[in-house]
Ligand binder design. Structure first.
Ligand code: PRP
Ligand code: URA
Length: 207
């Protein structure tokens, strides 16, 4: 289930972000802002439960999100996406997963995963700005499922149609959220029009 989050403020931020002249500090701020603008849509259909709500005058019925939220940034670039979500969901826990895409084979190479012992009762939101071939996202969902996760959704900034198709094929029914669905991948597996290498632009490691 793919959801493009169509919002004028996100579209304007993304336009500025794509510009290769946008320096790392500004790039980080814009990614953070887009993440915050996306967070309400990504969490809009979370299950809730009815709880007692004490006011100064009486007790009424209130609402609580049914499951604990865990945010999972895919290292490195997912870190840039994390703070904007944490700004709106400060109570969330954070699980880190390290995946590096091999630039020759385009296959993800896992290098880190740190999670609490039990994931099955949590609402997991995987965060990665880029969904290109889909290899990294598929590996992230698979690792978390193997670790016991049952309620998973995936949020990215820019998605390629090839990556969306691969992820939907691997996990039918998985909710996928993106700020923009771009056109295609180039021969090197980069998204077009895209924004280049998100990790390098976030952390100032461009050549
Ligand atoms: C980028 C990006 C995704 C992945 C997407 O990370 O942040 O994780 O590539 O590509 P895919 O859909 O084809 O797998 P990269 O591996 O370059 O690592 P980085 O975040 O450390 O720069
Ligand atoms: N990873 C990125 O950072 N950018 C792309 O376009 C593809 C993969």
């Amino acid at each position: 289930m793919f959801h493009a989050i169509d919002h004028p403020l996100i579209a304007e931020e993304l336009t500025k972000l794509r510009n290769p002249e946008c320096p790392s500090p500004e790039f980080r701020q814009r990614v953070r802002r887009i993440a915050s603008l996306m967070a309400p849509s990504v969490t809009a259909n979370l299950e809730t439960i009815v709880v007692p709500c004490h006011t100064p005058l009486e007790i009424t019925s209130g609402s609580q999100v049914a499951r604990e939220i865990i945010l999972v940034p895919v290292l490195r670039a997912g870190l840039g996406f994390l703070d904007g979500f944490l700004d709106l969901i400060p109570q969330a826990s954070v699980v880190h997963i390290g995946l590096a895409r091999n630039e020759q084979t385009l296959q993800p190479e896992p290098y880190y995963l740190k999670h609490p012992p039990v994931l099955g009762e949590s609402e997991i939101i995987i965060l990665d700005p880029m969904l290109a071939t889909g290899g990294s996202a598929i590996e992230a969902v698979r690792s978390l499922r193997d670790a016991g996760a049952r309620h998973i959704r995936f949020a990215c900034l820019v998605a390629a149609p090839e990556g969306v198709a691969a992820l939907e094929d691997a996990f039918p029914g998985l909710a996928i959220y993106a700020a923009c669905l771009d056109r295609c991948l180039n021969d090197s597996g980069y998204i077009l029009p895209g924004l280049g290498d998100a990790g390098d632009r976030l952390f100032g490691t461009c050549g």
